[in-house]
Design a protein. Structure first.
Length: 172
C-alpha cells in the first residue's frame, strides 16, 4: 500500500513540474526525436545541435518506447506528450525502486522496507530525481563518466561488506 502512495507522489511531481532542467534537455529532445521522427535520422536535432559533450540516445530509447503507444493512439499535444514521457520515466524508475525495496525487505525485513518507503515519500529530492528525464544510475555511469565518481563510495562500501566481488565488476 505504501508503495502506491510513493507512485502517486511521483505522478504528482511529474504533473506539477513538467518542464526539464537544462541538464535534461538532451535526453528529452532525444525522446522527442525518437517519438516524432522514428528512424528518419536526418530530422534529428542532435545532428544540427550536438552539444558540447558527445552523448548517446540509448538512455532515451526505453522511455520513448514506453511512451509511444500514447502518442500513436491519442495524438496528444507536445506539452502533454512531455508529461507522458516523464510519467513513463517515473514508471521505470519506480519499478527499479520497487525492486530495491523488495531486496531491502528480503535482506533486512518488512519493517526496514516500510521505513525505506516512508523516507522515500517524505524526502522531496528522492522522487524528484527519479522523475527527471535523465535515467540517473544507468545513464550517469555509462554516458556521463565524469560523475561516476559519485558512485565510488557506494562501490567501495559494497566491496568492503562483500555484497559484490571484484570479479563480478570486472566481468560486467
Amino acid at each position: 500500500m505504501e508503495s502506491i502512495v510513493l507512485y502517486a507522489v511521483g505522478l504528482l511531481q511529474v504533473w506539477f513540474t513538467p518542464y526539464a532542467k537544462v541538464e535534461e534537455s538532451f535526453n528529452l529532445q532525444a525522446c522527442h526525436d525518437l517519438l516524432y521522427h522514428g528512424v528518419n535520422l536526418t530530422k534529428y536535432d542532435h545532428f544540427e545541435f550536438p552539444g558540447v559533450v558527445p552523448r548517446t540516445f540509448l538512455g532515451a530509447v526505453p522511455v520513448a518506447l514506453l511512451s509511444s503507444p500514447i502518442l500513436h493512439v491519442f495524438h496528444p499535444s507536445k506539452p502533454v506528450m512531455q508529461i507522458c514521457v516523464r510519467s513513463s520515466l517515473w514508471t521505470l524508475s519506480f519499478l527499479a525502486w520497487l525492486y530495491l525495496k523488495r531486496t531491502i525487505s528480503a535482506l533486512h525485513g518488512r519493517d526496514t522496507s516500510v521505513w525505506f518507503t516512508v523516507v522515500s515519500i517524505v524526502q522531496f529530492h528522492v522522487v524528484f530525481y527519479m522523475v527527471v528525464i535523465s535515467l540517473l544510475s544507468f545513464s550517469t555511469i555509462v554516458f556521463r563518466g565524469d560523475t561516476a565518481v559519485l558512485f565510488a563510495p557506494i562501490l567501495v562500501t559494497m566491496l568492503a561488506m562483500r555484497q559484490v566481488h571484484m570479479h563480478v565488476i570486472a566481468g560486467g
